[in-house]
Design a binder for this molecule. Structure first.
Ligand SMILES: [Zn+2]
Length: 388
């Protein structure tokens, strides 16, 4: 009898191990699809120009899924080898720390949390299960560990001095790539503004007030009440600015965007979004918002997925870019892929040459392409990150 119990216990253990080893990968593959697998083709002119670009993307959620980003994967959108192959100079790695089940762009309550389940099956440390700040700290630690393991091939940028010296090194070695840490939703502070220093010390330099639900900082475009910035949220903006941390208005409610713009003394980004002018929905920016963000010296990162631009190819992405750049100038437009953000994209990060190609076809000048593909982000970060 006792032997039978041992057998059953062993069987259960094997099953648990099998689930822990396979589920994160299955979820990752299922959530982060591409419409076409690499390799990607483009015109000769685009390939030549693309090789010579400085490319920077304001938003990818690749840390969330537990993939070793030092290894090239055959699924998902971003890892360090694929960034190097795509000639990407800088990738912002953003972390959602809490995500209600059944995400939608209309209305989400702060009731349950899929990232809790991901933390368990992904074998994140126990301390991350019930603390959003700990989740952010753990993922920052992982990105830094990957940088250490890359033997200089990948660096984490924390200030403008880092960025300048990295760009200098990259001039003679285009295989180098870099990341910057960001968070989706200031609920990652676990309700305590003091935790901003904790996140800063871990390397985070960009945070959005909210993500898919309204929180104690501000409302979300996908929240139930879509409230504005709270009193605590105003103090959060002041403290972000004092540390030269960048406020990201992606996912914020219209009211929160207005409230932040009314008080911000530093430029802002909207890391991954679309324009209502080419794709009208709750998630995307109105013309007034685009103008107001540009007037503050901000950047608008155009996303690659269908809710951002109502299309499924590079042409749709470029159409949204064109809409924004014709309104406020190419200097305010950037890449904001949302790679690995539980979205389907036309290509992975090795396929960015298709955007370059579509920009040429849309009549963008080489100078404008250089700006939008990355020079705007580099200029913005050089001017707005802490100096040291
Ligand atoms: Zn997002």
């Amino acid at each position: 009898m006792s032997r039978r119990i041992v057998h059953i216990a062993l069987l259960i253990l094997c099953l648990v191990i099998a689930v822990l080893l396979t589920v994160p990968r299955l979820v990752d593959e299922d959530q982060n699809k591409v419409l076409k697998k690499p390799p990607y083709t483009a015109s000769e002119r685009a390939v030549r120009l693309h090789r010579d670009l400085t490319i920077a993307d304001l938003h990818a959620d690749s840390l969330l899924w537990g993939r070793d980003l030092l290894q090239r994967s055959g699924y998902g959108h971003v890892d360090i080898p694929r960034l190097a192959e795509g000639n990407v100079t800088l990738q912002v790695f953003s972390l959602p720390t809490k995500s209600p089940h059944g995400l939608n762009i209309e209305s989400n309550e702060d009731k349950n949390d899929d990232i809790y389940l991901l933390a368990i099956v992904g074998r994140w440390p126990l301390r991350t299960w019930n603390s959003l700040t700990e989740r952010a700290l753990y993922q920052a630690w992982r990105l830094h560990a990957m940088a250490s393991g890359s033997r200089g091939g990948f660096v984490v940028i924390e200030n403008s001095t880092d960025l300048t010296s990295y760009l200098e090194r990259r001039r003679s070695n285009h295989n180098l790539t870099a990341g910057l840490l960001s968070i989706e939703g200031a609920h990652a502070l676990d309700g305590k503004l003091e935790n901003l220093d904790v996140l800063y010390r871990a390397g985070y330099r960009m945070i959005s007030p909210s993500h898919f639900f309204d929180n104690d900082i501000g409302g979300s475009a996908a929240g139930v009440h879509k409230t504005g910035l709270t009193e605590k949220g105003r103090e959060w903006v002041r403290q972000m600015e004092a540390r030269h941390m960048i406020v990201d208005l992606a996912h914020a409610s219209a009211k929160t965007i207005d409230d932040v713009l009314a008080m911000a003394t530093r430029p802002l980004v909207v890391s991954h979004t679309g324009a209502k002018g080419t794709c009208a929905n709750n998630r995307n920016l109105s013309d007034d918002q685009i103008r107001a963000i540009a007037a503050k010296g901000g950047l608008i990162g155009i996303g690659y997925w269908d809710t951002a631009n109502c299309g499924t190819d590079a042409r749709a992405i470029v159409k949204a870019m064109r809409y924004v750049s014709q309104m406020v100038g190419a200097e305010h437009v950037a890449l904001g892929s949302d790679f690995d953000g539980a979205v389907t994209t036309p290509f992975d990060t090795t396929g960015l040459v298709q955007i370059t190609d579509a920009m040429l076809a849309a009549g963008y000048s080489e100078e404008e392409i250089r700006m939008i593909m990355g020079e705007n982000v580099v200029r913005f970060l050089t001017a707005n990150l802490p100096e040291k």
